[in-house]
Design a protein around this ligand. Sequence first.
Ligand code: FES
Length: 102
Amino acid sequence: MPLVQVAVLHELGPGQLTEISVGNSTYAVANAGGNIFCVDGICPHAGGPLGQGALQGEMIVCPWHGFEFNCRTGVNDSDEDLILDRFPVVIQNNTIFIDVPK
Ligand code: FES
């Protein structure tokens, strides 16, 4: 899969969450305490934009109805069978890339 540039490291500081679109897909990229994670950006509940939600510790909170997903594991906080796809993150030259299908 090709690397897609997300941001320069300092643009996504600890506690920040962003959304990136690649082709027809949307991803949520989170900086949880200095560790960067990438998960599917579409909430499996009803399609909410997870990358526009809030990041609380490692939990991404969907802006539509408040479902919470761990950005490290992709797992929902109340239904462990509800899991977001996760994608590799690569840091090169202080720049964040995600390794996603194009
Ligand atoms: S769409 Fe995400 S919680 Fe409902």
